[in-house]
Design a protein. Structure first.
Lengths: 143, 142
Protein backbone atom coordinates (compact mmCIF):
# COMPACT_ATOMS: atom_id res chain seq x y z
CA UNK A 1 0.00 0.00 0.00
CA UNK A 2 1.55 3.32 -1.03
CA UNK A 3 1.44 6.41 1.15
CA UNK A 4 -1.14 7.98 -1.16
CA UNK A 5 -3.65 5.15 -0.88
CA UNK A 6 -5.75 3.74 1.93
CA UNK A 7 -8.23 0.97 2.62
CA UNK A 8 -11.96 1.64 2.88
CA UNK A 9 -15.02 -0.47 3.66
CA UNK A 10 -17.73 -0.11 1.00
CA UNK A 11 -21.29 -0.53 2.23
CA UNK A 12 -24.85 0.30 1.25
CA UNK A 13 -27.52 2.30 3.07
CA UNK A 14 -30.82 1.97 1.24
CA UNK A 15 -29.78 2.36 -2.43
CA UNK A 16 -26.76 4.60 -1.77
CA UNK A 17 -23.12 3.53 -1.41
CA UNK A 18 -20.88 4.75 1.39
CA UNK A 19 -17.32 4.15 2.53
CA UNK A 20 -15.55 4.37 5.86
CA UNK A 21 -11.78 4.20 6.44
CA UNK A 22 -10.84 0.73 7.62
CA UNK A 23 -9.09 2.30 10.64
CA UNK A 24 -12.52 3.29 11.98
CA UNK A 25 -13.94 -0.24 11.65
CA UNK A 26 -13.35 -2.89 14.30
CA UNK A 27 -15.44 -5.62 12.78
CA UNK A 28 -18.53 -6.65 10.85
CA UNK A 29 -21.29 -8.60 12.61
CA UNK A 30 -24.57 -10.09 11.53
CA UNK A 31 -27.54 -7.95 12.45
CA UNK A 32 -29.37 -8.95 15.59
CA UNK A 33 -32.21 -7.12 17.32
CA UNK A 34 -30.79 -4.36 19.52
CA UNK A 35 -32.40 -3.61 22.86
CA UNK A 36 -34.32 -0.33 22.47
CA UNK A 37 -33.81 2.28 25.18
CA UNK A 38 -36.78 4.58 25.82
CA UNK A 39 -36.37 8.34 25.41
CA UNK A 40 -33.49 8.17 22.92
CA UNK A 41 -33.40 9.89 19.50
CA UNK A 42 -34.90 7.76 16.69
CA UNK A 43 -31.49 7.15 15.08
CA UNK A 44 -30.27 5.42 18.27
CA UNK A 45 -32.07 2.12 17.78
CA UNK A 46 -30.76 0.50 20.94
CA UNK A 47 -27.79 -1.27 22.45
CA UNK A 48 -26.15 -4.58 21.67
CA UNK A 49 -23.89 -6.83 23.68
CA UNK A 50 -20.64 -7.13 21.78
CA UNK A 51 -18.60 -9.74 23.65
CA UNK A 52 -19.56 -8.36 27.04
CA UNK A 53 -19.35 -4.68 26.08
CA UNK A 54 -22.46 -2.57 25.54
CA UNK A 55 -22.38 -0.82 22.17
CA UNK A 56 -24.75 1.84 20.85
CA UNK A 57 -26.60 0.69 17.72
CA UNK A 58 -27.09 3.54 15.29
CA UNK A 59 -29.24 3.68 12.15
CA UNK A 60 -27.73 6.38 9.97
CA UNK A 61 -30.52 5.91 7.43
CA UNK A 62 -32.74 7.79 9.88
CA UNK A 63 -30.33 10.74 9.99
CA UNK A 64 -30.07 10.75 6.20
CA UNK A 65 -33.84 10.64 5.74
CA UNK A 66 -33.59 7.34 3.87
CA UNK A 67 -36.36 4.78 3.86
CA UNK A 68 -35.70 2.29 6.67
CA UNK A 69 -36.25 -1.23 5.42
CA UNK A 70 -36.66 -4.22 7.73
CA UNK A 71 -33.42 -6.16 8.26
CA UNK A 72 -32.64 -8.93 5.78
CA UNK A 73 -30.05 -11.71 5.64
CA UNK A 74 -27.63 -9.19 4.14
CA UNK A 75 -28.04 -6.60 6.91
CA UNK A 76 -24.92 -6.14 9.03
CA UNK A 77 -23.60 -4.13 11.92
CA UNK A 78 -20.40 -2.25 11.11
CA UNK A 79 -18.58 -2.00 14.42
CA UNK A 80 -16.97 1.42 14.33
CA UNK A 81 -14.79 3.26 16.79
CA UNK A 82 -14.51 7.02 16.58
CA UNK A 83 -13.39 9.62 19.14
CA UNK A 84 -13.47 7.03 21.91
CA UNK A 85 -17.04 5.95 21.14
CA UNK A 86 -17.95 2.43 19.98
CA UNK A 87 -20.82 2.28 17.52
CA UNK A 88 -22.71 -0.51 15.76
CA UNK A 89 -23.82 1.05 12.47
CA UNK A 90 -26.63 -0.63 10.56
CA UNK A 91 -25.65 -1.35 6.95
CA UNK A 92 -28.08 -2.83 4.43
CA UNK A 93 -25.16 -4.55 2.72
CA UNK A 94 -21.41 -4.62 3.24
CA UNK A 95 -19.70 -5.12 -0.12
CA UNK A 96 -15.96 -5.18 0.15
CA UNK A 97 -12.75 -3.61 1.28
CA UNK A 98 -11.41 -1.16 -1.29
CA UNK A 99 -7.89 0.16 -1.76
CA UNK A 100 -8.34 3.75 -2.90
CA UNK A 101 -5.99 6.40 -4.16
CA UNK A 102 -6.54 9.32 -1.81
CA UNK A 103 -6.09 11.74 -4.71
CA UNK A 104 -9.22 10.27 -6.34
CA UNK A 105 -11.46 11.42 -3.48
CA UNK A 106 -13.52 14.46 -4.41
CA UNK A 107 -14.35 16.75 -1.52
CA UNK A 108 -18.10 17.10 -1.09
CA UNK A 109 -19.71 20.50 -1.65
CA UNK A 110 -20.04 22.32 1.65
CA UNK A 111 -16.58 21.32 2.86
CA UNK A 112 -17.77 18.27 4.75
CA UNK A 113 -20.34 20.05 6.89
CA UNK A 114 -22.95 17.37 6.13
CA UNK A 115 -22.66 13.63 6.78
CA UNK A 116 -20.44 13.09 3.76
CA UNK A 117 -16.86 14.36 3.63
CA UNK A 118 -16.09 13.29 0.07
CA UNK A 119 -17.17 11.34 -2.98
CA UNK A 120 -15.33 8.46 -4.59
CA UNK A 121 -15.91 6.35 -7.67
CA UNK A 122 -16.15 2.75 -6.43
CA UNK A 123 -16.47 -0.34 -8.64
CA UNK A 124 -20.18 -0.45 -7.69
CA UNK A 125 -20.91 3.22 -8.25
CA UNK A 126 -20.41 6.63 -6.73
CA UNK A 127 -19.92 6.36 -2.96
CA UNK A 128 -19.96 8.97 -0.21
CA UNK A 129 -17.35 8.96 2.51
CA UNK A 130 -19.32 8.92 5.75
CA UNK A 131 -18.20 11.58 8.20
CA UNK A 132 -18.60 10.03 11.65
CA UNK A 133 -17.68 13.29 13.35
CA UNK A 134 -20.66 14.92 11.62
CA UNK A 135 -22.87 11.95 12.55
CA UNK A 136 -22.01 12.33 16.24
CA UNK A 137 -22.45 16.08 15.94
CA UNK A 138 -25.91 15.64 14.43
CA UNK A 139 -26.89 13.32 17.27
CA UNK A 140 -25.66 15.85 19.82
CA UNK A 141 -27.96 18.43 18.24
CA UNK A 142 -30.86 15.97 18.40
CA UNK A 143 -30.87 15.86 22.20
CA UNK B 1 -26.22 -11.22 43.84
CA UNK B 2 -29.02 -8.83 42.92
CA UNK B 3 -32.53 -10.00 42.08
CA UNK B 4 -34.69 -8.59 39.31
CA UNK B 5 -38.17 -9.14 37.94
CA UNK B 6 -38.02 -9.37 34.13
CA UNK B 7 -41.18 -7.63 32.92
CA UNK B 8 -42.53 -7.30 29.41
CA UNK B 9 -44.11 -4.39 27.62
CA UNK B 10 -45.09 -5.69 24.22
CA UNK B 11 -41.99 -7.34 22.76
CA UNK B 12 -39.56 -5.53 25.05
CA UNK B 13 -38.22 -6.85 28.31
CA UNK B 14 -37.19 -4.61 31.20
CA UNK B 15 -35.63 -5.49 34.55
CA UNK B 16 -37.08 -4.21 37.81
CA UNK B 17 -35.00 -4.48 41.01
CA UNK B 18 -36.86 -6.89 43.28
CA UNK B 19 -36.20 -4.68 46.30
CA UNK B 20 -38.60 -2.06 44.93
CA UNK B 21 -41.49 -4.49 44.38
CA UNK B 22 -43.83 -5.08 47.37
CA UNK B 23 -46.30 -7.32 45.59
CA UNK B 24 -47.75 -8.49 42.29
CA UNK B 25 -51.45 -8.48 41.41
CA UNK B 26 -53.34 -9.41 38.30
CA UNK B 27 -55.52 -6.63 36.94
CA UNK B 28 -58.98 -8.02 36.27
CA UNK B 29 -61.47 -5.38 35.32
CA UNK B 30 -64.02 -5.10 32.59
CA UNK B 31 -65.81 -2.17 31.08
CA UNK B 32 -64.62 1.37 31.66
CA UNK B 33 -60.87 2.09 31.56
CA UNK B 34 -59.10 0.59 34.54
CA UNK B 35 -57.37 3.21 36.66
CA UNK B 36 -57.25 1.50 40.04
CA UNK B 37 -56.92 -1.90 41.63
CA UNK B 38 -59.15 -2.97 44.51
CA UNK B 39 -57.10 -5.09 46.91
CA UNK B 40 -57.18 -6.11 50.54
CA UNK B 41 -55.10 -3.00 51.22
CA UNK B 42 -57.76 -0.83 49.61
CA UNK B 43 -57.88 1.04 46.33
CA UNK B 44 -54.48 1.28 44.63
CA UNK B 45 -54.05 3.67 41.71
CA UNK B 46 -52.55 2.19 38.55
CA UNK B 47 -49.98 3.64 36.22
CA UNK B 48 -49.23 1.97 32.87
CA UNK B 49 -45.52 1.37 32.23
CA UNK B 50 -46.34 1.89 28.55
CA UNK B 51 -46.18 5.63 29.32
CA UNK B 52 -42.44 5.17 28.74
CA UNK B 53 -43.04 4.84 25.03
CA UNK B 54 -45.87 7.39 24.80
CA UNK B 55 -48.46 4.89 23.52
CA UNK B 56 -52.10 5.48 22.71
CA UNK B 57 -54.52 4.63 25.58
CA UNK B 58 -54.93 0.87 25.89
CA UNK B 59 -57.05 -1.62 27.75
CA UNK B 60 -55.30 -2.68 30.96
CA UNK B 61 -57.54 -5.67 31.66
CA UNK B 62 -55.81 -8.99 32.33
CA UNK B 63 -52.39 -7.48 32.72
CA UNK B 64 -50.23 -7.44 35.84
CA UNK B 65 -49.44 -4.73 38.35
CA UNK B 66 -46.19 -4.45 40.27
CA UNK B 67 -47.08 -2.89 43.62
CA UNK B 68 -44.61 -0.36 44.94
CA UNK B 69 -44.67 2.12 47.80
CA UNK B 70 -44.07 5.74 46.91
CA UNK B 71 -44.20 8.40 49.59
CA UNK B 72 -46.04 6.00 51.95
CA UNK B 73 -48.70 5.25 49.32
CA UNK B 74 -49.31 2.14 47.23
CA UNK B 75 -49.08 2.48 43.45
CA UNK B 76 -49.50 -0.29 40.87
CA UNK B 77 -47.29 -0.22 37.78
CA UNK B 78 -49.03 -2.11 34.99
CA UNK B 79 -47.00 -4.35 32.66
CA UNK B 80 -48.01 -6.98 30.10
CA UNK B 81 -46.19 -9.96 31.62
CA UNK B 82 -43.87 -10.78 34.53
CA UNK B 83 -41.28 -13.57 34.36
CA UNK B 84 -39.85 -15.45 37.33
CA UNK B 85 -37.44 -13.59 39.57
CA UNK B 86 -33.82 -13.87 38.38
CA UNK B 87 -30.63 -13.39 40.35
CA UNK B 88 -27.60 -11.96 38.58
CA UNK B 89 -24.05 -11.78 39.85
CA UNK B 90 -23.21 -8.70 37.80
CA UNK B 91 -23.77 -5.13 38.89
CA UNK B 92 -26.00 -2.83 36.88
CA UNK B 93 -23.96 -1.60 33.90
CA UNK B 94 -24.01 2.04 32.84
CA UNK B 95 -25.51 2.88 29.45
CA UNK B 96 -22.94 3.36 26.66
CA UNK B 97 -21.85 7.00 26.17
CA UNK B 98 -24.00 8.07 23.24
CA UNK B 99 -27.16 6.60 24.78
CA UNK B 100 -26.36 7.90 28.24
CA UNK B 101 -25.80 11.43 26.91
CA UNK B 102 -29.14 11.49 25.11
CA UNK B 103 -31.32 10.44 28.05
CA UNK B 104 -32.68 12.86 30.61
CA UNK B 105 -35.19 10.33 31.93
CA UNK B 106 -34.22 9.20 35.46
CA UNK B 107 -36.39 6.09 35.01
CA UNK B 108 -33.59 4.43 33.01
CA UNK B 109 -31.01 3.42 35.60
CA UNK B 110 -28.74 1.10 33.61
CA UNK B 111 -28.48 -2.27 31.94
CA UNK B 112 -28.01 -5.88 32.98
CA UNK B 113 -27.34 -8.82 30.70
CA UNK B 114 -30.01 -11.53 30.77
CA UNK B 115 -29.05 -14.53 28.65
CA UNK B 116 -26.32 -12.27 27.18
CA UNK B 117 -28.99 -9.87 25.90
CA UNK B 118 -28.99 -6.29 27.25
CA UNK B 119 -32.01 -5.53 29.40
CA UNK B 120 -32.80 -1.99 30.52
CA UNK B 121 -33.16 -1.61 34.29
CA UNK B 122 -35.93 0.72 35.42
CA UNK B 123 -36.28 2.73 38.61
CA UNK B 124 -40.02 2.55 39.29
CA UNK B 125 -40.02 5.34 41.87
CA UNK B 126 -38.45 7.66 39.29
CA UNK B 127 -41.04 6.43 36.78
CA UNK B 128 -43.86 7.37 39.14
CA UNK B 129 -42.43 10.85 39.59
CA UNK B 130 -41.71 11.38 35.90
CA UNK B 131 -44.81 9.92 34.28
CA UNK B 132 -47.59 9.55 36.82
CA UNK B 133 -47.44 12.32 39.40
CA UNK B 134 -47.02 14.88 36.63
CA UNK B 135 -50.08 13.59 34.80
CA UNK B 136 -52.09 13.64 38.06
CA UNK B 137 -51.20 17.25 38.85
CA UNK B 138 -53.41 20.13 37.84
CA UNK B 139 -51.01 22.81 36.80
CA UNK B 140 -52.42 26.32 36.66
CA UNK B 141 -50.69 28.30 33.95
CA UNK B 142 -51.27 32.03 34.38
Amino acid sequence: MSASSAQFILFQLSTEWFVLPVEQIRGIERWRPPTPVPSTPPAIIGIINQRGALVTALDIRVLLGFKVEAPTRRTRFLLAHFNGVDLALVADYVADMLPLNLASIKIAPGGGSNLSSGLIQSPLGLASMLNLEAVLGMLAVAY
Amino acid sequence: MDAFYPVWLGPQRFAIPATSVRGIEQVREYGSPTTALHTRWGRIPLCDLAALSDPPPRDLDFRYALLIMYNHAWIGIVVDRIDDLVSVAQTVLPLPPLVHDSILDPTISGVILLDDIPCVVLDLEAFVVTYWLVSQSNFMIP
